[in-house]
Design a protein around this ligand. Structure first.
Ligand SMILES: Nc1nc2c(ncn2[C@@H]2O[C@H](COP(=O)(O)OP(=O)(O)OP(=O)(O)O)[C@@H](O)[C@H]2O)c(=O)[nH]1
Ligand SMILES: [Mg+2]
Length: 297
């Protein structure tokens, strides 16, 4: 009996030390294996970056296939230093949000942007644009005039639409955006003539009213906006851009003439920035499903 009593405290101490040693070893192993599989340590970035999408809500879960596929494609280069944000109109039910989240290991943030979908129904659409519904016009308006307020805390964002499957390493874009206001994978020279009625005249008038002269005219064109990176902080320093956005918004022309976010961003980048402020990057590889089109593949 006396033998047991003498050794008990020592045995307890050795036992406790062993537990701590094992826990330490497990934590150490987890730390390194996780970093390797997620590949994010390499891209540790202290800016606040987000990958964003505006997407539709559906009545049934099986309609989210495109969004789930899009999300899956982002897993390979998952980076826990990036926020993955899903903007919706308040019509993705909580149960559906859980379903979407459960289909990916990427933590998602759902943000309701319904306030930006208020529409004055006295506005009459130009009959030449009748093929486009209100939702589409809301989307164009969102990606030009409205998204700013939802990304206020972020330095850089990368928009990847619901129907776009991104193939390459998107971490690189955030690095490259340090020196650019915008980066995109394709530039569309045909801005869609029936949906840009009066756009360039409007921009020219705006510039004249702002005191500029000898303004060159141009045929609407612009970056393929279904995947586009923005340096929000840099863009925010351009007062003229924000006066233009306000003028476009007040004109209601995104709704009336269905001016698209693509030609609008084309006008903005052309008139308010230098050519080398933005970049066409052919390492941006993705599949735009609804057009069946591979970009830089
Ligand atoms: N919440 C919401 N999102 C929309 C609506 N219309 C389009 N979107 C989203 O906006 C993005 C672009 O829409 P798309 O329909 O792909 O537009 P597009 O690429 O110009 O045209 P298509 O691909 O040919 O249809 C996608 O992420 C859509 O989910 C809408 O009415 N409401
Ligand atoms: Mg599309």
């Amino acid at each position: 009996m006396s033998y047991n009593n003498a050794y008990l405290p020592k045995i307890c101490i050795i036992f406790i030390i062993s537990i701590f040693a094992i826990l330490g070893l497990v934590a150490f192993i987890l730390h390194f294996t996780q970093n390797k599989s997620c590949n994010y340590e390499k891209y540790k970035n202290y800016d606040k970056n987000a990958i964003v999408v505006l997407t539709r809500g559906y009545k049934t879960k099986n309609k989210y296939k495109k969004l789930l596929t899009r999300n899956k494609h982002l897993e390979k280069y998952f980076n826990r230093n990036i926020s993955y944000i899903i903007f919706h109109e308040g019509n993705i039910a909580t149960e559906h949000q859980k379903y979407i989240q459960n289909k990916t290991k990427i933590p998602l943030q759902f943000i309701n942007v319904k306030d930006s979908f208020n529409f004055d129904n006295t506005i009459k659409f130009d009959p030449d644009t009748r093929d486009f519904n209100l939702g589409y016009r809301n989307m164009c308006n969102f990606w030009f005039s409205e998204f700013w307020k939802y990304v206020d805390g972020y330095d850089k964002i990368l928009r990847i639409d619901e129907d776009c499957n991104y193939m390459s390493d998107y971490n690189i874009i955030f690095e490259q955006l340090d020196n650019k206001v915008s980066i995109y994978g394709h530039y569309q020279n045909d801005g869609g003539n029936h949906c840009t009625k009066g756009l360039n005249k409007f921009t020219q008038n705006f510039l004249k009213m702002s005191g500029f002269d000898n303004i060159k005219s141009r045929t609407p064109s612009g970056p393929y906006t279904n995947v586009i990176g923005f340096n929000v902080n840099k863009l925010k320093t351009n007062d003229l851009l924000f006066e233009y956005i306000k003028a476009v918004k007040e004109s209601n022309n995104i709704y009336i003439y269905r001016w698209g976010d693509l030609p609008l961003w084309g006008e903005a980048l052309y008139y308010f920035f230098k050519t080398d402020d933005h970049l066409l990057l052919n390492t941006i590889k993705y599949f735009h499903e609804s057009h069946g089109r591979m970009i830089n593949g």
